[in-house]
Write a protein that binds this ligand. Structure first.
Ligand code: ZN
Length: 161
């Protein structure tokens, strides 16, 4: 696993089928995510070159961003943007709001709002990536409160003991 700002992501290695225009589109989209960050830093992306070359053999995340907005006192709220390779070799762009579970039965985490686009069927990779990033940046303007998202997902709130 590698980690760093988007300009260090080896896009031609991860996605060899992209045209130069596609690469520029992905970079513009990543810049859109950086632009809405309140602390002025660039987002920390993670990528997995090994997953890109194992096409069709094993599912795995190829490129992802975990914008952890809140992780304290056993609670957790994450906004995620992931490009994943499925077992059948397709790429899927997923954007999700992920919260810690406070149900009676522990599920660890829940995705309470999510967008999933299959590349090639519903959209090109640049278009799916932009749609996922737009969803992600929209969430960043929503309350950064895990209980707000659990309520929207019909999940029990965090128990204060
Ligand atoms: Zn649960």
């Amino acid at each position: 696993m590698m980690r760093g700002p988007f300009h260090r992501v080896p896009l031609p290695t991860l996605f060899p089928f992209l045209s130069p225009a596609d690469v520029n589109s992905l970079k513009r989209t990543a810049g859109m995510v950086d632009a809405v960050r309140t602390d002025g830093t660039t987002a920390d992306w993670e990528w997995f070159p090994g997953h890109a070359v194992l096409a069709g053999t094993r599912p795995g995340t190829v490129l992802g961003l975990d914008a952890v907005e809140h992780a304290a006192e056993g609670d957790r709220l994450e906004f995620q943007l992931l490009v994943t390779r499925t077992a059948s070799g397709r790429l899927v762009v997923d954007a999700a709001v992920n919260v810690a579970c406070w149900c009676a039965t522990d599920h660890a985490t829940h995705d309470v709002d999510a967008l999933g686009l299959v590349v090639g069927e519903e959209a090109s990779l640049p278009d799916a990536f932009r749609a996922g990033a737009e969803r992600l940046t929209g969430w960043l303007a929503d309350p950064h409160d895990a209980d707000h998202w659990r309520a929207r997902g019909g999940l029990p709130p965090r128990r204060i003991t």
